[in-house]
Design a protein around this ligand. Sequence first.
Ligand code: MF3
Ligand code: CO
Ligand code: CO
Length: 272
Amino acid sequence: MDVKDQSRGRLTKDGIRIYEATDFAGMHKAGRLAAEILDEMIEHVVPGTTTGKLDEIITDKVEAAGAKSATIGYKGYRHASCISVNHVVCHGIPGDKLLKDGDILNIDVTVIVDGWFGDTSRMYVAGKPNRRAERLMQVTYDALMLGIDAVKPGNTFGDIGHAIQRYVESQRMSVVRDFCGHGLGRVFHAPPNVLHYGRRGTGAVLEEGMFFTIEPMVNLGRPETKVLGDDWTAVTRDKSLSAQYEHSVGVTADGVEIFTNSPAGKFHPTWG
Ligand code: MF3
Ligand code: CO
Ligand code: CO
């Protein structure tokens, strides 16, 4: 990473980088590629395929676009995606796991384009989901969008978390506390931790030029998770189904820009 690039803009007292107006274009380009790759994965998610095959396709697409995967080599991770099936909350490692009819899965891709990071994930179904799984995915999607609605200068990160938590709990589902969103831009993970729960008016104040992800994980059962022996795969402790949606966003003068919108308009729904 170029040290000069790291020092562009300024840092707030909370250590959050404020990017410049011209930096939005770089984030849009990276975000669009990540979203396009997720669009192109829809047709490949079918019963009988494996998460490893899906990851191979993603690896090829990143390379074909002349981009780089942010996850290959990240803290020893070796794949271009995380694929989290059913009760896997996040960071599922692609492998020989066979998908069967009704499985729901999150595919999370982060690419680097011209030094900018685009990080997004969404839900897929192999075959046809059952009604509870469908409802879980719908609530998780709506929770992300309500969180994004709370993004504008003067609001706080607590406002985002509160909007998500309030809605999810009103639907009798639970918000995972053990993982959060993050600042990003010229780096993958930067301050702040973007919590998906919280109280109104708490946390750092949002300012124009902040770039970060919102990526709520929602469980049908209890919120607790545990990480498996592979040191990556996080699952629900009670084995209940879990879902996640993630966008990378930037704060504008009067609101928010989503960098990872689906060019095909297929971020949601993918199942109907
Ligand atoms: N893309 C994930 C996120 O949303 C991070 C994956 S890191 C990996 O922050 F190493 F597990 F790939
Ligand atoms: Co992320
Ligand atoms: Co991600």
